[in-house]
Write a protein that binds this ligand. Structure first.
Ligand SMILES: [Zn+2]
Length: 357
Protein backbone atom coordinates (compact mmCIF):
# COMPACT_ATOMS: atom_id res chain seq x y z
CA UNK A 1 0.00 0.00 0.00
CA UNK A 2 1.29 3.47 -0.84
CA UNK A 3 2.01 5.93 1.91
CA UNK A 4 -1.22 7.73 2.78
CA UNK A 5 0.26 10.25 5.20
CA UNK A 6 2.64 13.06 4.23
CA UNK A 7 6.24 12.71 5.24
CA UNK A 8 6.74 13.93 8.83
CA UNK A 9 8.53 17.27 9.26
CA UNK A 10 12.32 17.25 9.58
CA UNK A 11 13.60 16.48 13.06
CA UNK A 12 17.20 17.52 12.41
CA UNK A 13 19.15 19.86 10.21
CA UNK A 14 22.46 19.43 8.50
CA UNK A 15 24.45 21.94 6.46
CA UNK A 16 26.84 20.66 3.83
CA UNK A 17 29.57 22.79 2.30
CA UNK A 18 32.10 22.13 -0.41
CA UNK A 19 35.44 21.39 1.24
CA UNK A 20 37.63 22.08 -1.75
CA UNK A 21 36.67 25.62 -2.84
CA UNK A 22 38.99 25.58 -5.83
CA UNK A 23 37.75 24.56 -9.28
CA UNK A 24 39.03 21.02 -9.99
CA UNK A 25 39.64 21.94 -13.62
CA UNK A 26 41.15 25.44 -13.80
CA UNK A 27 42.32 25.80 -10.20
CA UNK A 28 40.63 29.17 -9.66
CA UNK A 29 38.44 29.85 -6.62
CA UNK A 30 34.82 28.85 -7.09
CA UNK A 31 31.92 31.14 -6.16
CA UNK A 32 28.94 30.49 -3.95
CA UNK A 33 26.10 29.78 -6.34
CA UNK A 34 22.98 28.80 -4.41
CA UNK A 35 21.67 26.80 -1.48
CA UNK A 36 19.76 23.70 -2.39
CA UNK A 37 17.39 22.23 0.18
CA UNK A 38 16.65 18.53 0.39
CA UNK A 39 14.74 16.52 2.93
CA UNK A 40 16.07 13.02 3.42
CA UNK A 41 14.74 10.25 5.67
CA UNK A 42 17.73 8.66 7.40
CA UNK A 43 18.04 6.22 10.28
CA UNK A 44 18.87 9.19 12.54
CA UNK A 45 15.61 10.93 11.64
CA UNK A 46 14.12 13.09 8.91
CA UNK A 47 16.97 15.42 7.98
CA UNK A 48 16.61 18.84 6.37
CA UNK A 49 19.75 19.26 4.29
CA UNK A 50 21.04 22.68 3.34
CA UNK A 51 23.41 22.04 0.47
CA UNK A 52 25.73 24.98 -0.36
CA UNK A 53 26.49 24.66 -4.05
CA UNK A 54 29.41 26.52 -5.65
CA UNK A 55 30.42 26.97 -9.25
CA UNK A 56 33.36 28.07 -11.37
CA UNK A 57 33.04 31.59 -12.86
CA UNK A 58 36.02 31.38 -15.19
CA UNK A 59 34.62 31.79 -18.75
CA UNK A 60 37.47 29.79 -20.28
CA UNK A 61 36.97 26.77 -17.99
CA UNK A 62 35.01 23.75 -19.27
CA UNK A 63 33.40 23.58 -15.83
CA UNK A 64 32.11 27.17 -16.10
CA UNK A 65 28.71 27.46 -14.43
CA UNK A 66 28.56 23.76 -13.61
CA UNK A 67 27.60 23.07 -10.00
CA UNK A 68 30.19 21.82 -7.48
CA UNK A 69 28.18 20.08 -4.80
CA UNK A 70 29.56 19.26 -1.32
CA UNK A 71 31.67 16.09 -1.27
CA UNK A 72 29.76 14.73 1.73
CA UNK A 73 26.33 14.95 0.10
CA UNK A 74 26.69 11.57 -1.60
CA UNK A 75 27.33 9.92 1.75
CA UNK A 76 23.97 11.06 3.07
CA UNK A 77 21.86 10.11 0.07
CA UNK A 78 22.13 9.24 -3.59
CA UNK A 79 21.20 12.05 -6.01
CA UNK A 80 17.43 12.69 -6.20
CA UNK A 81 16.74 10.22 -3.39
CA UNK A 82 14.23 10.68 -0.63
CA UNK A 83 15.82 8.03 1.60
CA UNK A 84 19.33 8.07 3.04
CA UNK A 85 22.07 5.76 1.87
CA UNK A 86 22.12 4.28 5.39
CA UNK A 87 18.50 3.13 4.90
CA UNK A 88 19.41 1.54 1.54
CA UNK A 89 22.35 -0.22 3.23
CA UNK A 90 20.10 -1.46 6.03
CA UNK A 91 17.45 -2.78 3.62
CA UNK A 92 20.16 -4.66 1.71
CA UNK A 93 21.61 -6.11 4.91
CA UNK A 94 18.21 -7.25 6.18
CA UNK A 95 17.39 -8.88 2.85
CA UNK A 96 20.67 -10.57 1.95
CA UNK A 97 22.33 -11.22 5.31
CA UNK A 98 19.29 -11.92 7.44
CA UNK A 99 17.09 -13.21 4.58
CA UNK A 100 14.07 -11.15 5.69
CA UNK A 101 11.02 -10.76 3.47
CA UNK A 102 9.79 -7.37 2.26
CA UNK A 103 6.93 -7.20 4.85
CA UNK A 104 9.43 -8.07 7.59
CA UNK A 105 11.84 -5.36 6.42
CA UNK A 106 8.92 -2.94 6.28
CA UNK A 107 8.05 -3.74 9.89
CA UNK A 108 11.67 -3.29 10.95
CA UNK A 109 11.87 0.15 9.31
CA UNK A 110 8.60 1.25 10.91
CA UNK A 111 10.01 0.06 14.25
CA UNK A 112 12.94 2.42 13.72
CA UNK A 113 10.57 5.36 13.34
CA UNK A 114 10.77 5.68 9.55
CA UNK A 115 7.60 6.65 7.71
CA UNK A 116 7.71 4.29 4.78
CA UNK A 117 5.25 2.16 2.81
CA UNK A 118 5.80 -1.42 1.76
CA UNK A 119 6.15 -0.57 -1.92
CA UNK A 120 8.98 1.82 -1.07
CA UNK A 121 10.82 -1.08 0.58
CA UNK A 122 10.73 -2.89 -2.76
CA UNK A 123 12.08 0.25 -4.45
CA UNK A 124 14.84 0.60 -1.85
CA UNK A 125 15.78 -3.01 -2.41
CA UNK A 126 15.99 -2.32 -6.15
CA UNK A 127 18.27 0.67 -5.43
CA UNK A 128 20.50 -1.57 -3.31
CA UNK A 129 20.70 -4.17 -6.09
CA UNK A 130 21.54 -1.47 -8.63
CA UNK A 131 24.15 0.00 -6.33
CA UNK A 132 26.11 -3.20 -5.86
CA UNK A 133 25.70 -4.06 -9.55
CA UNK A 134 27.35 -0.82 -10.73
CA UNK A 135 30.40 -1.75 -12.66
CA UNK A 136 32.33 1.02 -14.23
CA UNK A 137 33.69 -1.30 -16.87
CA UNK A 138 30.20 -2.03 -18.25
CA UNK A 139 28.46 1.31 -18.31
CA UNK A 140 28.94 3.31 -21.52
CA UNK A 141 27.11 6.31 -20.07
CA UNK A 142 29.35 6.44 -17.00
CA UNK A 143 32.50 5.86 -19.02
CA UNK A 144 31.58 8.64 -21.46
CA UNK A 145 30.80 11.03 -18.63
CA UNK A 146 34.08 10.35 -16.83
CA UNK A 147 36.12 10.53 -20.03
CA UNK A 148 34.69 14.01 -20.70
CA UNK A 149 35.34 15.06 -17.13
CA UNK A 150 38.97 13.94 -17.36
CA UNK A 151 39.55 13.30 -13.66
CA UNK A 152 37.97 11.74 -10.61
CA UNK A 153 37.99 12.76 -6.96
CA UNK A 154 37.25 9.55 -5.14
CA UNK A 155 35.14 9.51 -1.98
CA UNK A 156 35.20 6.35 0.14
CA UNK A 157 32.39 5.81 2.62
CA UNK A 158 31.61 2.82 4.80
CA UNK A 159 27.99 2.45 5.87
CA UNK A 160 27.27 0.06 8.70
CA UNK A 161 23.56 0.02 9.51
CA UNK A 162 23.98 -1.94 12.76
CA UNK A 163 26.96 -3.20 14.73
CA UNK A 164 27.87 -6.66 13.50
CA UNK A 165 26.34 -6.12 10.06
CA UNK A 166 28.47 -6.15 6.97
CA UNK A 167 29.68 -2.71 5.94
CA UNK A 168 28.48 -1.35 2.61
CA UNK A 169 31.46 0.41 1.05
CA UNK A 170 30.53 3.01 -1.52
CA UNK A 171 33.22 4.49 -3.76
CA UNK A 172 31.95 7.51 -5.68
CA UNK A 173 33.20 10.40 -7.73
CA UNK A 174 32.74 13.74 -5.96
CA UNK A 175 32.74 15.78 -9.18
CA UNK A 176 29.85 14.01 -10.90
CA UNK A 177 28.24 12.47 -7.80
CA UNK A 178 28.25 9.07 -9.57
CA UNK A 179 28.76 5.83 -7.66
CA UNK A 180 31.70 3.93 -9.20
CA UNK A 181 31.68 0.82 -7.06
CA UNK A 182 29.72 -0.49 -4.06
CA UNK A 183 30.46 -3.68 -2.19
CA UNK A 184 29.27 -5.19 1.05
CA UNK A 185 32.19 -6.52 3.08
CA UNK A 186 32.20 -8.46 6.32
CA UNK A 187 35.78 -7.51 7.08
CA UNK A 188 37.09 -4.08 6.24
CA UNK A 189 40.83 -4.46 6.53
CA UNK A 190 43.33 -2.28 4.77
CA UNK A 191 43.86 -5.05 2.19
CA UNK A 192 40.14 -5.46 1.45
CA UNK A 193 39.69 -1.73 0.97
CA UNK A 194 42.83 -1.33 -1.10
CA UNK A 195 41.44 -3.99 -3.46
CA UNK A 196 38.25 -1.97 -3.95
CA UNK A 197 40.24 1.18 -4.71
CA UNK A 198 42.46 -0.73 -7.11
CA UNK A 199 39.42 -2.14 -8.89
CA UNK A 200 38.16 1.40 -9.52
CA UNK A 201 41.64 2.48 -10.59
CA UNK A 202 41.86 -0.41 -13.09
CA UNK A 203 38.40 0.37 -14.51
CA UNK A 204 39.24 4.06 -14.82
CA UNK A 205 42.47 3.24 -16.62
CA UNK A 206 40.39 1.58 -19.35
CA UNK A 207 38.00 4.52 -19.84
CA UNK A 208 38.61 6.05 -23.24
CA UNK A 209 39.87 2.81 -24.75
CA UNK A 210 37.93 0.82 -27.32
CA UNK A 211 36.51 -2.63 -26.60
CA UNK A 212 39.74 -4.45 -27.27
CA UNK A 213 41.85 -2.01 -25.29
CA UNK A 214 42.63 0.08 -28.37
CA UNK A 215 42.75 3.84 -28.05
CA UNK A 216 39.42 5.21 -29.25
CA UNK A 217 40.77 8.49 -30.60
CA UNK A 218 44.09 8.85 -32.33
CA UNK A 219 46.56 10.51 -29.96
CA UNK A 220 44.11 10.78 -27.05
CA UNK A 221 45.60 9.60 -23.80
CA UNK A 222 43.28 6.90 -22.40
CA UNK A 223 42.40 6.49 -18.77
CA UNK A 224 40.95 8.85 -16.20
CA UNK A 225 43.24 9.60 -13.25
CA UNK A 226 42.14 9.75 -9.63
CA UNK A 227 43.48 13.13 -8.55
CA UNK A 228 42.32 13.11 -4.95
CA UNK A 229 40.57 11.04 -2.30
CA UNK A 230 38.15 12.08 0.45
CA UNK A 231 37.18 10.01 3.47
CA UNK A 232 36.42 10.30 7.16
CA UNK A 233 40.04 9.34 7.84
CA UNK A 234 39.50 5.93 9.45
CA UNK A 235 42.91 4.25 9.76
CA UNK A 236 42.18 1.30 7.49
CA UNK A 237 40.86 3.66 4.78
CA UNK A 238 43.86 5.96 5.11
CA UNK A 239 46.28 3.06 4.76
CA UNK A 240 44.31 1.54 1.89
CA UNK A 241 44.40 4.83 -0.05
CA UNK A 242 48.12 5.23 0.63
CA UNK A 243 48.66 1.71 -0.68
CA UNK A 244 46.44 1.80 -3.77
CA UNK A 245 46.94 5.46 -4.71
CA UNK A 246 50.50 6.40 -3.75
CA UNK A 247 51.13 10.14 -4.02
CA UNK A 248 47.44 11.05 -4.42
CA UNK A 249 46.33 13.69 -1.90
CA UNK A 250 43.87 12.34 0.63
CA UNK A 251 41.65 14.84 2.37
CA UNK A 252 39.99 13.95 5.62
CA UNK A 253 36.54 15.24 6.39
CA UNK A 254 36.99 18.74 7.90
CA UNK A 255 35.25 17.82 11.11
CA UNK A 256 37.60 14.88 11.76
CA UNK A 257 40.58 16.92 10.60
CA UNK A 258 39.84 19.76 13.03
CA UNK A 259 39.23 17.34 15.83
CA UNK A 260 42.62 15.72 15.29
CA UNK A 261 44.39 19.05 14.97
CA UNK A 262 42.78 20.24 18.18
CA UNK A 263 43.94 17.26 20.27
CA UNK A 264 47.38 18.71 21.24
CA UNK A 265 45.80 22.08 22.05
CA UNK A 266 43.21 20.32 24.16
CA UNK A 267 45.88 18.34 26.06
CA UNK A 268 47.99 21.44 26.75
CA UNK A 269 44.97 23.35 27.93
CA UNK A 270 43.92 20.56 30.26
CA UNK A 271 47.41 20.47 31.75
CA UNK A 272 47.41 24.26 32.22
CA UNK A 273 44.08 24.06 34.01
CA UNK A 274 45.33 21.35 36.35
CA UNK A 275 48.43 23.41 37.24
CA UNK A 276 46.39 26.56 37.81
CA UNK A 277 43.98 24.72 40.09
CA UNK A 278 46.88 23.70 42.35
CA UNK A 279 47.43 27.39 43.21
CA UNK A 280 43.91 28.03 44.40
CA UNK A 281 43.31 25.07 46.68
CA UNK A 282 42.12 25.65 50.25
CA UNK A 283 39.16 27.92 49.58
CA UNK A 284 36.95 25.99 51.98
CA UNK A 285 39.10 26.60 55.16
CA UNK A 286 39.11 30.36 54.43
CA UNK A 287 35.33 30.31 54.04
CA UNK A 288 34.95 28.40 57.31
CA UNK A 289 37.12 30.94 59.15
CA UNK A 290 35.01 33.96 58.15
CA UNK A 291 31.53 32.39 57.96
CA UNK A 292 30.51 33.37 61.50
CA UNK A 293 31.72 36.95 61.04
CA UNK A 294 29.96 37.26 57.71
CA UNK A 295 26.69 35.99 59.23
CA UNK A 296 27.04 38.67 61.92
CA UNK A 297 27.10 41.33 59.19
CA UNK A 298 30.87 41.98 58.96
CA UNK A 299 31.49 43.67 55.57
CA UNK A 300 35.08 42.53 55.29
CA UNK A 301 34.14 38.90 55.93
CA UNK A 302 31.36 39.12 53.35
CA UNK A 303 33.84 40.47 50.80
CA UNK A 304 36.16 37.55 51.52
CA UNK A 305 33.28 35.12 50.97
CA UNK A 306 32.56 36.88 47.68
CA UNK A 307 36.14 36.33 46.51
CA UNK A 308 35.97 32.69 47.59
CA UNK A 309 32.79 32.22 45.56
CA UNK A 310 34.46 33.82 42.53
CA UNK A 311 37.44 31.46 42.75
CA UNK A 312 35.15 28.46 43.29
CA UNK A 313 33.01 29.22 40.25
CA UNK A 314 36.12 29.90 38.12
CA UNK A 315 37.56 26.49 39.04
CA UNK A 316 34.38 24.53 38.42
CA UNK A 317 33.43 26.25 35.15
CA UNK A 318 34.23 24.23 32.07
CA UNK A 319 34.89 25.27 28.51
CA UNK A 320 34.65 23.55 25.16
CA UNK A 321 38.14 23.21 23.76
CA UNK A 322 39.70 24.08 21.40
CA UNK A 323 37.73 27.23 20.60
CA UNK A 324 36.66 27.91 24.15
CA UNK A 325 39.60 26.52 26.15
CA UNK A 326 38.78 26.02 29.81
CA UNK A 327 42.41 26.48 30.97
CA UNK A 328 42.64 29.87 29.28
CA UNK A 329 39.27 30.83 30.65
CA UNK A 330 40.34 29.88 34.19
CA UNK A 331 43.55 31.89 33.76
CA UNK A 332 41.56 34.94 32.71
CA UNK A 333 39.17 34.71 35.62
CA UNK A 334 41.88 34.13 38.25
CA UNK A 335 43.84 37.08 36.84
CA UNK A 336 40.74 39.24 37.29
CA UNK A 337 40.31 38.06 40.91
CA UNK A 338 44.01 38.72 41.62
CA UNK A 339 43.82 42.20 40.06
CA UNK A 340 40.82 43.02 42.20
CA UNK A 341 42.64 41.81 45.35
CA UNK A 342 45.67 43.90 44.36
CA UNK A 343 43.47 46.96 44.00
CA UNK A 344 42.01 46.38 47.48
CA UNK A 345 45.50 45.87 48.95
CA UNK A 346 46.82 49.00 47.23
CA UNK A 347 43.90 51.03 48.61
CA UNK A 348 44.72 49.76 52.09
CA UNK A 349 48.45 50.48 51.59
CA UNK A 350 49.62 46.89 51.89
CA UNK A 351 50.41 44.08 49.47
CA UNK A 352 48.30 41.03 48.54
CA UNK A 353 49.44 37.81 50.20
CA UNK A 354 50.38 35.04 47.77
CA UNK A 355 47.61 32.74 46.58
CA UNK A 356 49.15 29.74 48.28
CA UNK A 357 49.02 31.14 51.81
ZN1 LIG B 1 37.15 26.25 -13.53
Amino acid sequence: MARTLPRPPATREQSLRVQDTVCPHCGRATWSAYVSRRTVSTLAGVTALRVYVRCCRNDDCPRYGRPCRPEAEGRVALPQHEFGLDVVALVGALRYQQHRSVPEIHKDLLGRGLTVCERTVTNLLDRYDELVAVRLGDGTRLRGLLAAQGRVILAIDGLQPDVGHEVLWVLRDCLSGEVLLARSLLSSTEKDLAELVEQVKRDLALVGRGKRGRRSKAGAEPGVPIVGAVSDGQHSVRNAVARALPGVPHQLCHFHYLREAATPVYEMDRHAKKELKKHVRGVRPIERRVEARAAAGDDQAQAVLGYCAAVRSAVTDDGRPPLDASGLKLHGRLTAVAASLDAVAAAKGGSRPSCRS
